[in-house]
Design a protein around this ligand. Sequence first.
Ligand SMILES: Cc1cc2nc3c(=O)[nH]c(=O)nc-3n(C[C@H](O)[C@H](O)[C@H](O)COP(=O)(O)OP(=O)(O)OC[C@H]3O[C@@H](n4cnc5c(N)ncnc54)[C@H](O)[C@@H]3O)c2cc1C
Length: 362
Amino acid sequence: MYDVAVIGAGPAGTSAAITAAGYGASVLLLEKGKFPRQRVCGEFVSAESLALLTSLLSATSGLLERAPRLHCARVFVDGSMLEMPLEAPAASIPRIELDAALWNSAKAGGVDGREGHSVLTVEGPAPFAIRTADQNHFLARSLIDASGRWSNLNSRPNENTAGSAGKWIGVKAHFRESAPASSVDLYFFAGGYCGVQPVACGGETRINVCAMIRSAVGKSLQETFPQHPALYKRSQGWHIATEMAATSPLIFYQPEPFTNGVLRAGDAAGFVDPFIGDGISLALRGGVMAAQSLRSFFHGRSSLQQAGEMYEATYRRDLMHVFQTSSMIRRLLGLPAPIRTGIVRLLAGFPALTGYMVRHTR
Ligand SMILES: Cc1cc2nc3c(=O)[nH]c(=O)nc-3n(C[C@H](O)[C@H](O)[C@H](O)COP(=O)(O)OP(=O)(O)OC[C@H]3O[C@@H](n4cnc5c(N)ncnc54)[C@H](O)[C@@H]3O)c2cc1C
């Protein structure tokens, strides 16, 4: 009988597991994949979670030291370019290295981590009975679902009414570019956007190119590039360095951090629009917050229900505004082009206003 079982070893699951083990809890961490593994992601890690990340990673990982710092975001939309200095620089960290380093840190911290264990069913209420695809059974007094935005454990009804042509797809690959810019560059076009930033991976500096596109636009980066003239021109000098990875569906829900006695962290609680570059940070902070809320339960000072309610209240107080601001910006970007262009020009003329908006996505 474990004190807590954590399902999914992305940033949310590993941060929850490391924190819970630090409180002396017995922790089971189940991951269906095997490390190292790719994730479709812009690999932009925002500044507000870098100190937390440092405390979670083992001192020898060297990951943060190697990571290029991003001091500025450039947004290319409707022929205009909006340049936004990042008050505190973000880091660019390849997910293939970040997730593996967090996994190693969890194992080193005493977590019973098991790769290649896909959870099939969870039966509650507590204690939870967990069954994996290879017929292993586990029992845990509490459960954190960190299995991502679209798993067999938390898939919700498809609220995407746009039909299959309107379905969102995420695609990503690393490329080589001579003299990559040190900014994160976002190219917006009808039916999606594409982010480009430098990343240190495999002993060299590459660029990570990651797009979120409607399926009507295409299913690959090659179909994405012609959607924006400046992106297309820039892409002509690139050489592919990794295979392209893709993921779908990408569906935005109102966050649900605590349901049926289960604490949900990261994308399993709520998926935030990737263009704000805060999903990893939300996952790290949410995972830690879930484990912190369970601390009194581990030590017999509160019930699981009380711990879950405390988590939900803290989540709503500290993280909910990010979802609200990002959906407001998404609505702005979806406005007809002339209005959108006017807004972009207005923002370009008032950097303080842009800074205010960026701060509210953090
Ligand atoms: C196109 C795109 C671009 C993005 N760009 C950025 C960016 O630049 N910056 C940023 O901060 N965020 C970005 N994000 C968001 C970010 O990737 C996520 O918010 C983040 O990965 C969430 O972490 P997580 O731990 O909640 O979930 P995940 O990283 O998805 O991890 C979930 C884990 O659970 C495992 N799992 C699933 N089901 C089971 C099961 N049944 N049993 C066992 N294990 C299971 C999976 O294998 C996976 O390892 C982007 C997302 C997309 C789609």
